[in-house]
Design a protein around this ligand. Structure first.
Ligand code: AMP
Ligand code: TRP
Length: 358
């Protein structure tokens, strides 16, 4: 092997309430990548159970994320689509990475602090170890490129640290077994051969973080108690229009340039959503709408959102009426995913030194 084969990996949790942030920050960006590189899109049900999930709802939520992938244009003939729990290598590699990652590294993760809140002692051990499982997801396929929203940046840095430490700790062994890939930039600190690639994050541009429609300083989130805070991928046209009409704004007209959005989080968010859905940028949107009132901008945004989202939500609804079809796609995807992850884990076991007696 001369270099790592480029490969995209990303995942979305089946925790209900898929929203516009998931679509703009993640799913919509997966679609063009499937034509650029071999790609794997996972429904991360092992991650979902780091917080309590009703078992009956979890299966349905898994199908719902799969339907969102398909309805957005991910093609199971081009990309692998599967759910994480069906490929045992994720859990196995995550354990090994639990023994590579340091407590100090995980203690710095801001998402754990946010999700655990004040009651840290009562959070699951899984929630704390969440990022090592995410590293395992990616590295079980030696994934090189990971498209995610801005909130996942720190987890991807940790993935790089884990890959680096594994490559270093086992460098002699990797060379001895001949399972490495030449390091393009070896140095005194970096070994000549790598087993895991140092993954590149692909973070969305301007609208990397879609904010709540009720509070421009809070991320749009599946768990926000207010349904008006987010546009769900199950909302129909009327609901989308209603939520945009009710979105929080300020009394000023829109500014003429992006500078003017700096101190106006709600305006910034709505302009960012428009730009992302339109495939343009905030400056272009302001060229058209600068100086205009929200009473003019909101209906335009609403029309755009309805035009972009309703074909997807309708297709999702259609797909969800045939769960058998969805399950068949996930089964086929799990088989293809296993074919890649199994040989990687076979090498990992050898590298670590586990005795193979079977
Ligand atoms: P999750 O729902 O946490 O599994 O997130 C799935 C994907 O959506 C990840 O890539 C997140 O970074 C992305 N995402 C979640 N919320 C937002 C948001 N408010 N804005 C942009 N991207 C988001
Ligand atoms: N942690 C990600 C999120 O909440 C989901 C995820 C799990 C993921 N494993 C991944 C994303 C691997 C990218 C790659 O959004």
């Amino acid at each position: 092997m001369t270099a790592f084969q480029p490969r995209v990996f990303s995942g979305v949790q089946p925790t209900g309430n898929l929203h516009l942030g998931n679509y703009i920050g993640a799913i919509s960006r997966f679609v063009p990548l499937q034509d650029e590189m071999p790609s794997i899109f996972c429904v991360v049900d092992l991650h979902a159970i780091t917080a309590w999930q009703n078992p009956k709802e979890l299966s349905q939520a898994t199908r719902e994320v799969t339907a969102a992938y398909l309805a957005s244009g991910i093609d199971p003939k081009k990309a692998i689509i599967f759910n994480q729990s069906q490929v045992k290598e994720h859990a196995e590699l995550a354990w090994i990475f639990n023994c590579i990652a340091r407590m100090g590294w995980l203690n710095r993760m801001t998402q754990f602090k946010e999700k655990a809140g004040k009651n840290k002692e009562n959070a699951s051990v899984g929630l704390f170890a969440y990022p090592t499982l995410m590293a395992a997801d990616i590295l079980a396929y030696r994934g090189t490129h990971v498209p995610v929203g801005d909130d996942q940046k720190q987890h991807l840095e940790l993935t790089r640290d884990i890959a680096q430490k594994f490559n270093n700790d086992f460098s002699d062994r990797i060379q001895e077994l001949g399972v490495g890939v030449p390091n393009p930039t070896p140095s005194n600190e970096l070994p000549p051969e790598l087993f895991f690639p140092i993954t590149e994050p692909l973070i969305a541009g301007e609208a990397a973080r879609i904010m709540s429609l009720r509070d421009g300083t809070k991320k749009m989130s599946k768990s926000d108690p207010s349904d008006l805070s987010r546009i769900n991928l199950t909302d129909d046209a009327d609901m989308i229009a209603k939520k945009i009409r009710k979105a929080k704004t300020d009394p000023e007209p829109l500014p003429g340039d992006v500078e003017g959005l700096k101190t106006r989080p709600e305006a910034d968010n709505l302009v960012g959503i428009y730009a992302a859905l339109d495939g343009s940028n905030k400056q272009t949107v302001l060229k058209d709408f600068g100086g205009r009132q929200f009473s003019e901008f909101k209906p335009a945004l609403s029309d755009l959102a309805v035009a972009k989202l309703t074909p997807i939500t309708e297709e999702m609804r259609r797909l969800l009426e045939s769960p058998g079809e969805i399950d068949a796609i996930l089964k086929d995807g799990a088989e293809k995913a296993s074919e890649i992850a199994e040989p990687v884990l076979r090498d990992v076991r050898k590298i670590v030194g586990f005795l193979d007696v079977r």
